[in-house]
Design a protein around this ligand. Structure first.
Ligand SMILES: CC(C)(COP(=O)(O)OP(=O)(O)OC[C@H]1O[C@@H](n2cnc3c(N)ncnc32)[C@H](O)[C@@H]1OP(=O)(O)O)[C@@H](O)C(=O)NCCC(=O)NCCS
Length: 154
């Protein structure tokens, strides 16, 4: 099921309140798997302080709310890293797939080679999404998370 009326666009300078509200609505799963120790919220808010280097961030908007987030970093490398989160009330409706597509379309148009990500071994929903999107499970990353790689054809 795709949600009608979703817009996906890059972060803009006056989006701070939308981003803060997105992180505040997160429940236990998202906080545990995506925003442990406020790491991802801190980094996202860094955008507004001009701290981003080699990063691109998109939000999904629905009825005036930020309901999804995907970002890439290390864009000075041929294979950047990806992070993603979806609002509690819209999980399981294929917004995650739309956001993954936005990021991979961007990476392809930049002529890069693929995308890397890691996820917690217990994050079965995340793993389901990545495998659905064609990512290969590569084994354990040195962080203790599971490493996934998407490779583009040359
Ligand atoms: C992981 C997350 C981004 C997925 O987004 P989503 O919009 O809920 O996922 P989608 O509806 O697009 O699902 C895509 C695919 O994931 C898989 N999937 C979805 N929910 C699943 C579940 N509960 N268990 C296993 N696989 C699941 C399915 O294969 C699905 O595709 P299909 O329905 O066509 O078979 C979202 O649930 C989330 O924000 N989770 C908390 C934060 C997080 O874990 N971020 C990633 C950290 S690495």
């Amino acid at each position: 099921m795709n949600i009608e009326g979703i817009t996906i666009r890059c972060f803009e300078q006056n989006d701070r309140l939308l981003v803060e509200a997105f992180f505040q609505q997160m429940g236990g799963e998202s906080r545990a798997f995506f925003d442990r120790a406020d790491g991802n919220s801190g980094n996202a808010l860094g955008f507004f302080d001009g701290k981003d280097t080699h990063v691109i961030r998109w939000m999904a908007l629905y009825e005036g709310r930020m309901v999804g987030y995907v970002f890439l970093w290390d864009l000075d490398k041929m294979i950047p890293w990806l992070g993603i989160g979806v609002a509690e009330d819209l999980k399981g409706k294929h917004l995650g797939r739309q956001l993954m597509q936005t990021a991979s379309d961007y990476v392809k148009t930049q002529g890069m080679g693929g995308i890397l990500l890691t996820t917690h071994v217990a994050n079965l929903r995340g793993q389901g999404l990545y495998e659905r999107c064609g990512y290969e499970r590569m084994g354990m990353h040195s962080s203790g998370e599971t490493l996934y790689l998407l490779r583009f054809k040359g």
